[in-house]
Design a protein around this ligand. Structure first.
Ligand code: NAD
Length: 521
């Protein structure tokens, strides 16, 4: 067993240490969770919900402490720690607890009056067992917290592998559930780097909920497929925003600035491409530049700070490389770029707006994951849609227009998992809505009823009368053949042929009916 030190990205100071797990010890930890999980699964969903309601109440009282930890371990402004992560998880717990029992309830299946008359069938959602949640550093609280809440509500045990950059928050998630009385050992945290993540995937967990980079996502998906287990993959993004000529411009500027620069742009569904229609390009560019220049970059612990440090020097270097590449290829930097904050060893990038960007530049194709908005001026909405869809990613997209019908028409044509009209990305905080992408942005969905389904095995349970035998059982003979032919005409044919059918096959039908009731030949 080793240890992992957590550093504050703004100050570089250590803020805590956790024990790591050896990859070879991961299976034993999963086995221990598997011993506790069946007892949890025995509880009725409504009873499990009571634990989650209690967790919400306790967390509501701990909000300040968790938000401070989040801001100091990850570097996001304290306001965002509240608005984008901690408070939404309190709200989310309440939704999961309230709606979970209904979503998890057995669903009777309408069998209709045809072939399967008399059968009583239901779909039952059963827990998978122990599931793995492997988390990134950028939303290190809300992503694994929401997934853990839904997995628990569905009756599973959880092994959580937090990012090695935010281990204390991972530990705090376990504590949040245990404080509410969730059995000790039902949620275990496996601390460490990629090798621990790999061991978790290769263990006997039934499913992996992975959020992270595309490259790791492919590796996790392949490892799961080899072991016949499922994976939900929430990967990178390159979200476009389309500003139509009829956009409410001030609002579009404010919303796009927020969705591009929040969390210092380190958001999977942050806006990374802006397509603005030529008619409004000039005022939009002036507006977005002014909005970017107004933002306060600084100490994430201060209420006034709007942009904190980058998570690491390496992440800042990627951003700088892509911006420099665009500028070298002819883009114009309207504002922003790396800044020095004397006495502060973190890496800081002031919100950056690029004009004169073209579709071929790397900055329009690769994930930047920094506070940068590259803006492309397009002729019209058609061109914007074509460019927006020309990407390997498909997480989110937004359309900024006053015309709701047009927005919804455009939403249908955007190839992404989520489309927001006059907003962007906010539904990650609304756990009642499905989250996930297409293409390289991943597979499956988290949150919402669809996130519940990902945490369950669907079992079809059918009741048949013990006295009646099905007509398709043996023996096969001409009587059965004629009866089936007649039944097809009667059940599915039009009114005209029915009389003919009855005349020719009525006798066989009656004999077959009697046979099914007699239970023999
Ligand atoms: P990452 O892929 O480097 O790491 C993610 C997690 O996987 C970490 O806990 C890491 O330790 C673990 N890991 C690394 N190698 C592993 C392996 N071989 N097997 C199993 N686990 C392994 O990603 P990151 O840098 O932490 O996160 C940033 C990325 O996450 C960005 O690309 C971002 O777009 C994406 N992201 C996506 C969403 C979404 O909802 N789609 C949300 C947040 C972040």
């Amino acid at each position: 067993m080793g240890s992992l030190e957590s550093l504050n990205p703004a100050t570089g100071e250590p803020i805590g240490t956790v024990e790591t797990i050896e990859p070879a010890a991961v299976q034993a930890a999963v086995d221990e969770i598997a011993e506790v999980q069946p007892f949890w699964a025995e509880l009725a969903p409504a009873d499990r919900g009571r634990y989650l309601e209690r967790a919400a109440e306790i967390l509501a009282g701990d909000v300040e402490e968790v938000a401070r930890l989040l801001s100091s371990e990850q570097g996001k402004p304290i306001t965002e720690a509240y608005t984008m992560e901690v408070v939404p998880t309190v709200d989310g717990l309440r939704w999961v607890a309230a709606e979970g029992p209904g979503i998890l309830a057995d669903r009777p299946v309408k069998m209709g009056g045809g072939l399967f008359t008399g059968k009583r069938v239901a779909h039952r959602l059963e827990p998978l067992g122990v599931v793995a949640i492997i988390a990134p550093w950028n939303y290190p609280w809300s992503i694994p917290f929401g997934e853990t809440a839904i997995a628990l509500m569905a009756g599973n045990g959880v092994v959580l592998k937090p990012s090695e950059l935010t281990p204390l928050l991972g530990e705090r998630i376990r504590v949040a559930f245990e404080k509410a009385g969730v059995p000790e050992g039902l949620v275990r945290v496996a601390q460490g780097g990629g090798e621990v993540g790999r061991a978790v995937v290769e263990s006997s967990v039934r499913k992996v909920f992975f959020t992270g980079s595309v490259a790791t996502g492919y590796a996790v998906g392949a490892a799961c497929a080899e072991r016949m287990k499922g994976a939900v993959l929430e990967l990178g993004g390159k979200d476009p925003a389309i500003v139509c000529a009829d956009a409410e411009l001030d609002n579009a500027v404010a919303g796009i600035a927020w969705a591009g620069f929040a969390n210092a742009g380190q958001t999977c569904s942050g806006i990374e491409r802006v397509y603005v229609v030529a008619d409004v390009a000039e005022p939009f560019l002036a507006g977005i530049r002014a909005a970017a220049e107004r933002l306060a970059v600084g100490d994430p612990g201060s209420w006034d700070t709007e942009v904190g440090p980058m998570i690491s020097e390496a992440q800042a270097a990627i951003v700088t490389e892509l911006v420099d590449d665009a500028v070298a290829a002819g883009a114009e930097r309207l504002c922003g770029g790396p800044v020095d904050r004397p006495g502060s060893p973190g890496s800081w990038i002031a919100p950056t707006v690029l004009a004169g960007v073209t579709h071929e530049m790397r900055i329009m194709r690769e994930e930047v994951f920094g506070p940068v908005l590259p803006v492309v001026v397009v002729e019209d909405e058609e061109e914007a849609l074509a460019l927006a869809n020309d990407s390997e990613f498909g997480l989110g997209a937004s359309v900024w227009t006053r015309d709701r019908h047009k927005g919804e028409r455009m939403a249908r044509r955007l190839g992404s998992g989520m489309v927001w009209i006059n907003d962007h990305a906010y539904t990650h905080a609304a756990i009642q809505t499905a989250w996930g992408g297409t293409g390289d942005s991943g597979l499956g969905r988290s949150h919402s009823r669809f996130g519940f389904y990902e945490c369950c095995e669907v079992k079809t349970v059918s009741w048949s009368s013990p006295r009646a035998r099905d007509f398709w059982w043996y023996p096969y003979d001409e009587t059965l053949g004629r009866a089936v032919r007649a039944a097809t005409g009667l059940l599915y044919g039009g009114a005209g042929p029915r009389i003919k059918v009855l005349r020719e096959g009525g006798g066989s039908l009656l004999r077959t009916g009697a046979r099914t009731l007699r239970g023999g030949r």
